[in-house]
Design a protein around this ligand. Structure first.
Ligand SMILES: [Zn+2]
Length: 189
């Protein structure tokens, strides 16, 4: 599968901190390449999607996340949240590992994340709103946690079939995204 689906034990396994040896072995570069290819594949099906992915979701248990911000990929290695806002917001979330379910999760309004980039340079990024929610969702993946684990108000849980019951065209796009994620990854993708 291009994206590991819920039930696969790798999604529940805390990911390893990336070491110097991992950079040298090429696993970081090859994982980044694979994640960019998959996010581009998702975006080619739906322009609204394909903005965030964690390495365990593509079958590599290392602490690596790719975000797309303003059209540019940011490769986030060994991320740590070093500041979080007191204020929170309810973020409506979805996940490529079980794409047919949505729900609302309480997230920090803003976070500051420190990480290494692909050149092993220390970076620091403040993220607010949607991107704050996205990075918190992806860091949870590195710890084996799903957004579903964090849903307090279960009445916000909704299936995509229900949500888009009056929008057959959009539902069709979501179904083709689900098919894409469950299809096999090939190096040419
Ligand atoms: Zn997810």
């Amino acid at each position: 599968m291009k994206i590991k689906q819920v039930g696969d034990p790798i999604l529940r396994t805390p990911s390893q901190i990336i070491s110097q040896a991992d950079f040298e072995s090429g696993i970081v570069a090859s994982s980044i390449q694979k994640m960019h290819a998959i996010l581009n594949g998702i975006k080619s099906i739906s322009d609204e999607n394909g903005n965030a992915l964690s390495a365990p979701q593509v079958g590599v248990s290392i602490r690596l996340i790719v975000l797309r911000i303003d059209g540019e990929f940011i490769n986030i290695i060994n991320p740590r949240i070093i500041e979080r806002s007191e204020s929170t917001f309810m973020f409506e979330e979805e996940c490529f590992s079980f794409y047919n379910i949505r729900a609302k999760v309480k997230r920090y309004q803003s976070v500051v994340v420190s990480f290494l980039d692909e050149k092993q340079l220390e970076q620091r990024l403040k993220m607010e709103g949607e991107f704050s929610g996205l990075i918190q969702h992806e860091i949870d993946h590195l710890n084996g946690i799903f957004f579903l684990d964090k849903v307090e108000d279960k009445s916000t849980l909704v299936s995509i079939d229900y949500l888009l019951r009056d929008e057959p065209e959009r539902l069709k796009v979501v179904k083709s995204l689900c098919d894409y994620m469950a299809s096999d990854y090939m190096a040419s993708d």
